[in-house]
Ligand binder design. Structure first.
Ligand SMILES: Nc1nc2c(ncn2[C@@H]2O[C@H](COP(=O)(O)OP(=O)(O)OP(=O)(O)O)[C@@H](O)[C@H]2O)c(=O)[nH]1
Length: 356
């Protein structure tokens, strides 16, 4: 069979696919660099074999989808009509069909090049490392013809290169997946380390981290700022009368109420067993006391099967003048007065005004 005269190889990418090319959706996603390298392999196949068209067709369910192509009018072919299906059956050999029209097995072969039916096909299977066929590297022409031995060898070499590139793609995808698993694991661990598992609020370690970070501390202490301490009343009795599970439910209910009442810029911490600390940046004492009162009211009217109340102490701080420990001590003192005054109430620290 004579080898045809040189046919110009069109430039990539080829326009006019019968079906939009979606090879990257086929689980064969490539990096931009690898995509270019696969395009190069396909173009080189056309140059080596001196054909106007070439493609890397990968199996995607019941179709072959062209991962890279040059000179072809279609983006995919049904497997039942694809010559590459025959190439896969003998992956160690080149499938050479010198005249497609002359072979009844290939009736209905749909590949077209620049509007003309393909008459010549040569394809070499591309397999994964386990030997499973992934698809085929193929060349096409509009005239019946053949390939000389060096062209056949060249197509085989390029099929191996395509296989290497697809393997690199797979490794890159696996690394990407591992990386995203590690990131998600790190996020989970970080969340566990900084949040109370029962209520979902921040824990004391998280508060310590915020205090150790100058930028975060400055945000929390934006003047005037307040500290609020909330402590459930007679919580021991709740546990004793209703059991620890109901006690836990009550804690979650209070945490939800706190989280749902404060602003996004406020920070709520489960500070002890049944004690919560809220930092309210840029909040005046009267406003913080109002928020505490709202929390107290919402908890007292919550949907628990018994009446639950809490006491709150609120104190204001000035970052220029007060150390956080001093503000905390004043909020704690106010909480003590709320408990001593009969519980189910909010007490705002007034020592600052007295001292001023
Ligand atoms: N169910 C449950 N109970 C907890 C948890 N953490 C702490 N507690 C309980 O909270 C109760 C706190 O009791 P106390 O410190 O005596 O205070 P109280 O009964 O609330 O009394 P006052 O604060 O004086 O009103 C204890 O019984 C703890 O066992 C928890 O995670 N779940």
């Amino acid at each position: 069979m004579p080898v045809s005269a040189p046919t110009p190889v069109p430039h990539l990418p080829t326009a006019g696919a019968a079906e939009p090319a979606r090879a990257d959706d086929a689980g064969h996603r490539s990096s931009a660099g690898n995509r270019q390298a696969l395009d190069d392999v396909v173009r080189l196949a056309a140059i080596v074999c001196n054909t106007p068209a070439a493609g890397l067709a990968l199996v995607e369910r019941d179709r072959f989808r062209f991962k890279a192509r040059v000179g072809l009018d279609v983006a995919s072919v049904a497997r039942q009509h694809a010559l590459s299906e025959h190439a896969l059956r003998e992956p160690d050999r080149l499938l050479l069909v010198e005249d497609i029209a002359g072979d009844a097995r290939f009736d209905g072969f749909p590949i077209r090049l620049g509007g003309r039916r393909a008459r010549f096909y040569a394809g070499r299977a591309v397999c994964d490392t386990a030997g499973h066929a992934l698809g085929a590297l193929c060349v096409y022409d509009v005239r019946p013809r053949g390939l000389d031995p060096s062209q056949q060898e060249g197509l085989g070499i390029l099929a191996r290169q395509a296989q290497r590139l697809l393997e690199l793609d797979r490794h890159a995808r696996e690394r990407q997946r591992e990386l995203s698993e590690h990131r998600s694991m790190a996020r989970t661990l970080e969340h566990r380390a900084t949040h109370d598992s029962l209520t979902g609020l921040l824990n004391r370690d998280a508060l310590a981290q915020l205090r150790a970070d100058p930028a975060a501390l400055a945000r929390l202490q934006a003047a005037p700022y307040c500290l609020m301490l909330l402590d459930i009343d007679h919580f021991k009795q709740v546990n004793d009368r209703h059991g620890h599970l109901i006690g836990d439910r009550a804690l979650r209910e209070v945490a939800l109420t706190v989280a749902g009442t404060i602003r996004d810029t406020d920070v709520a911490v489960r500070f002890g067993g049944e004690e919560f600390l809220v930092v309210l940046p840029a909040t005046a004492l009267a406003n913080a006391a109002e928020i505490a009162e709202r929390i107290r009211h919402n908890v007292a009217t919550s949907v628990l099967p018994f009446r639950l109340t809490l006491s709150a102490g609120v104190a204001a701080g000035d970052p220029e003048r007060d150390r956080p420990e001093e503000v905390f001590a004043r909020a704690d003192q106010a909480l003590y007065r709320a408990k001593a005054g009969g519980r189910d109430r909010v007490v705002a620290d007034d020592t600052l005004r007295l001292n001023d």
